[in-house]
Design a protein around this ligand. Structure first.
Ligand SMILES: CCCCCCCCCCCC(=O)SCCNC(=O)CCNC(=O)[C@H](O)C(C)(C)COP(=O)(O)OP(=O)(O)OC[C@H]1O[C@@H](n2cnc3c(N)ncnc32)[C@H](O)[C@@H]1OP(=O)(O)O
Length: 179
């Protein structure tokens, strides 16, 4: 297996996903926190990322949070393959989108992914349990800057994927208007 060179893989962040100097510190909304711990499935069960019974979905379990840092896990199943025996990169990006979106949710607004940048650091074999972490690095207007990583086998396992993103706050109509 190819060994990644950490010196060349410091961060997926670009200027677009780096908070500006005058960004505010993230503040967790107590009501969103309540959603996280007591409702969990507030968005329904159809989500490809976290729906517990979506066929071939990621079925990510949110395992906890500390401030805006959130944690989750999922298992790579054969239907998540790209190259034989290995997770598809799009699956790993979707997993990062989900956990980054979870941290954005904790801020209390309704956020959608505007931009998602991903570094694929090492291959992830089918059967792996992937441990996801995400956090908010700053808020500026409607923009929430996010970053996170996925590790193989445990919270201290080797990093397989890193992501940085900017999420944009949207009104409720974003989800309800007819298109
Ligand atoms: C416990 C339960 C947990 C629940 C946890 C739930 C987890 C769910 C996770 C899944 C999340 C998703 O996948 S969401 C689905 C994927 N995403 C989408 O479908 C979004 C599609 N795109 C859009 O609808 C739109 O482009 C928007 C809303 C993103 C932006 O449009 P807009 O509202 O007109 O805003 P606009 O004026 O263009 O931009 C507002 C500001 O954001 C910046 N901005 C906009 N787009 C970008 C961009 N790509 N990259 C950088 N910056 C951007 C602009 O420069 C501007 O900055 P400034 O001028 O203010 O400085």
């Amino acid at each position: 297996m190819t060994v990644p060179n950490p010196a060349r893989r410091t961060s997926p962040r670009s200027d677009l996903t780096t908070p500006p100097p005058d960004a505010a510190e993230p503040r967790v909304d107590p009501k969103a926190e309540l959603d996280f711990s007591e409702i969990g499935d507030v968005l329904g069960n159809a989500c490809f990322g976290c729906g517990p019974e979506v066929p071939h979905g990621l079925r990510i379990t949110r395992t906890g949070h500390e401030g805006s840092t959130s944690y989750g896990e999922f298992t790579v199943i054969p239907e998540h393959q790209g190259a034989p025996g290995l997770a598809h990169g799009g699956i790993l990006a979707a997993a990062m989108d989900e956990i980054l979106g979870t941290s954005a949710w904790l801020l209390g607004g309704r956020y959608v992914t505007g931009r998602l940048e991903t570094d694929f650091v090492r291959p992830v074999p089918v059967g792996s349990r992937v441990h996801l972490t995400a956090r908010c690095t700053g808020v500026h207007g409607r923009k929430a800057y996010m970053e996170g990583e996925g590790r193989i086998g445990g919270p201290d396992g080797p990093v397989a994927v890193r992501a940085a993103a900017v999420f944009i706050e949207v009104p409720l109509e974003h989800f309800t208007e007819e298109r």
